[in-house]
Design a protein around this ligand. Sequence first.
Ligand code: NA7
Length: 535
Amino acid sequence: MKEEDNPLFSDVLIVGAGFAGIYMLYRLREKGFSAAIIETGSGVGGTWYWNRYPGARCDVDNMFYSYSFDEKLDMEWNWSERYPTQTEILEYANHVVERYDLGAYIHLNSRVISARYLDDGPYWLLQVEDGRQFSSQFVVMATGCLSAANLPAFPGTETFSGRLYHTGHWPKEKIDFTGRRVGVVGTGSSGVQVIQEVAKVAQKLTVFQRTASYVVEAFNHRLTDEDRAYFKENHRELRSAAKETFGGFSNIANDQSALSVSLEECQQKFERAWQAGGNSLLVSFNDLVFSADANKLAQDFVRDKIRAIVKDKETLQKLIPHHTIGCKRLCLGTNYYETYNRQNVCLIQLDETGIQRVTPEGVIANGTEFELDDLILATGFDAMTGALAKINIEGRDGLKLRDAWAAGPRTYLGLMTHNFPNFFTVTGPGSPSVLSNMLPTIEHHVDWISECLCYLRESEVTVIEADLDAQDTWVEHGNQIAAGTLRYTCSSWYLGANVPGKPRVFMPYIGGMPAYRKICENVVSRGYEGFTLRA
Ligand code: NA7
C-alpha cells in the first residue's frame, strides 16, 4: 500500500493542540491541505489544559494574549479580567476549535512517542503510544516551550503518603487544600500564583525557596464594558503598535537610559511603571537588561517595595532577591509579599543541600523534617527542548534529534533543523518564543510555515531542509547577541540551568520580534535563502 493510501495519512501532521497547534490546523485547512493534530491530553489548550493549579492565570494583558487572525473573533469574545484565569483561557481555546469546526481533525488522548523520517516518499511516520501509526509529508511540532515538567529527583519522593502534585500536570478535579498542611517547592511564576491562593485556605503553608524571585504587582482587575469597547474599537492600532515592540507586548518601551535621568526622576518612572502593573517595569527604560548599573536601580526599587511590605525581619531577608532583575522571567503577583505576613505561612530558604529527602510524612530540608499533608512541586519545566526530547525523533539516516542537539539546540530561525527535512517547529529554540508574547509569536510562525507550504506546493517542491551553513550562522548570531545582555548572567531556564545536566545554551532568540520578523521576511524574499528545496 502506498503511504498516501493509509487512512491516517495527511499532508501535514501537527503534534500538540495548544494555541500553536490549533491555529496551524486552522490555517492549513483554510489553504486546502489535509491536516490533523495529534494530542496527548483529553482536551485542547496545551499549557492551559495542563496548568490547572489554584491561581493559574496569564501574565500578559488579556486582550493581547489572544488570536488576531480573525477580527470577528476579537469582536465576539469578551475577556473578563486583565489577566484571565486558566479556566477562561481554556474556554477561549475550546471556543476557537468549535467556532472554526476543527474538532474532527484533532486526535485527543494520543501521545506521540516517535517520529521517523523516511526518504522514500518522502514522509514522516509518527507512532502513537497505543500502537496507531500516522504519516504525513510534513510535520509541525507545536509541542510548546514550557510543557515538559521539571520533576526533580528528590530521594524518597515515592514514599510520600500525602498528595503530590506538579503545577504543570494538575489533575482535572478540584483539589481542596482547606485546613491542610501544604508544602510548595519553587517560587517562580507558578509557585508565586499557587502560594498566594493556597495560603488563603491551608492550615499551614510551608514554602521551600531555592532562589528568591522578583515579583511585581500585577494590578489585576475585572474589565469593564468600556475597557472591552476601547479594545474592540481600536484593536487594529493597538495590535499593530504592540507588534512593533520588542516582545509584542502592549506596553511601549521608553527609549531613554535609566542612567540619563536624575535618581528622583528614575524613581518616579519606576513608580509609574509599578502602578501600571505587570511587565511595565522592565520597559520603563531602554537599558535595564543591558546595563548592570541601570539594572541595579530597578533591583533596588523592587527590594524597597518588598521591605515596605514584609513585616518579619528574617522572612524579609530571605525574600530579597540578589540576582539581576529580568534575568529570570519576572513574576507577577497579587499580594504575594503580603502573603508572608500571614501567620499560617512559613518560608524556608533551602541551604546548598536543597530538598534533602521526601519522607512518608513530609520533607526534610536544612536538616529538619517538615510534616505535610500535600506537596506541590512548582519546579518549572525542561523548557524549549524538553517536549521534543521526550519523543524519539529521527531525521535523515536515523539521526536522532536528541543527538543532533546534545550540546544544545541548533536550528535555523527556530523553524527547522538541518538533517530533519519537512520538520517544522513552532516557536522552536532559536526564535523569540518565550521572550515575547506567545500568541502573536505563534501566529507569525504559523503564517510563515503555511505560506512556505503553499509555495512548495505551487513550485512542486517535495522537500525543504535547513542548510547546515545557514543554521550554524544563525546559532552563532543568536549566541553573540545573547552574550551581550544581562540575561546571560543568572541560572535561568532560558539557559537550561534549571535542569541538571542540560547544556547551558541561551535558547530563545533575543534580537526582538520586529528584527526577527524582518529576517524571516528577507529569507522568503530571497527564495528561501538558507534552505534547500528539492523536487
Ligand atoms: P520556573 O520559573 O522555572 O520556577 C521554578 C521554581 O522551582 C524556581 O523557583 C526554581 O528555583 C525552583 N526549583 C526548580 N528545581 C528545584 C529543586 N530541585 N529544588 C528546589 N527548587 C527548585 O517555573 P514556573 O513553572 O514557575 O514558571 C515557568 C514559566 O511558566 C514562567 O516563566 C511563565 O512563562 C509561565 P531556581 O530559581 O531555579 O533556583
